[in-house]
Ligand binder design. Structure first.
Ligand code: SAH
Length: 206
């Protein structure tokens, strides 16, 4: 089923072999409730509780491909959710710092069966708009919720030469942007396709 999923992603235009391999390696059904097991490998989003979703594999592959992750890159992820995207990044050799604002989702990950398989993922409960100043700067930043605008603090926590991939826009849809930090306060922006994410909310939730 996973091979079929990967073939489907390839047909939809995902060409980065490392990203496809990562998806091939990760058993996505472990990230969903058992009720969804049989359809875990369909290319669609699923509920993970607290009104949140695990992103569609195509969306995960698309963002990861744009991020151009290299082994040992320090990657900040906003919106841990099911941690599926975090695992894809870890498969690529990244050191992942991932933040979730919903307490329940964060707590659920304490029992996460992949904690030992991916020791390079560090989990944080907090507000993604703040980033993680203590661990900055990062080679890469990936935002997996819809941001109304580009969060200033996340740009500041990027290394020069680093990149951020972020869906920007409101409830009607978001444009995927890739921002490259070219100097202390210089940025280049590239715009890609439209997507539909759950909103990036401010502050910590319960
Ligand atoms: N990367 C996730 C996608 C989860 S959906 C996965 O692979 O499953 C987006 C997640 O972003 C939700 O869990 C939501 O609670 C979280 N989120 C929304 N606003 C946030 C913020 N300001 N800081 C951190 N997480 C946030």
């Amino acid at each position: 089923m996973r091979t079929k999923l990967v073939e489907g992603l390839r047909e939809k235009g995902i060409a980065d072999e490392a990203v496809l391999q990562a998806i091939q390696h990760i058993p996505r059904h472990f990230f969903l409730d058992t009720a969804f097991e049989s359809i875990a490998y369909e290319d669609r989003a699923f509920p993970i509780g607290e009104g949140q979703t695990i992103s569609q594999p195509y969306t995960v592959a698309y963002q990861t491909q744009l991020l151009e992750v290299k082994p040992f890159d320090k990657v900040l992820e906003i919106g841990t959710g099911s941690a599926y995207q975090s695992c894809v990044l870890a498969e690529l050799g990244a050191h992942v710092y991932t933040i979730e604002r919903q307490k329940k989702l964060y707590e659920q990950l304490k029992h996460f069966i992949f904690r030992t398989r991916y020791p390079t993922i560090k989990f944080f409960y907090g507000d993604g708009y703040e980033g993680l100043p203590t661990y900055a700067p990062f080679d890469r930043v990936i935002v997996t919720a819809a941001a109304p605008e580009i969060p200033r603090k996340l740009l500041e926590q990027l290394k020069t030469g680093g990149m951020m991939v972020i869906p920007v826009g409101g409830a009607a849809g978001q444009r995927m942007l890739r921002i490259t930090k070219t100097g202390d306060d210089d940025f280049e922006e590239e715009a890609y396709d439209n997507f539909s994410f759950v909103p990036m909310l401010s502050g910590k939730g319960h």
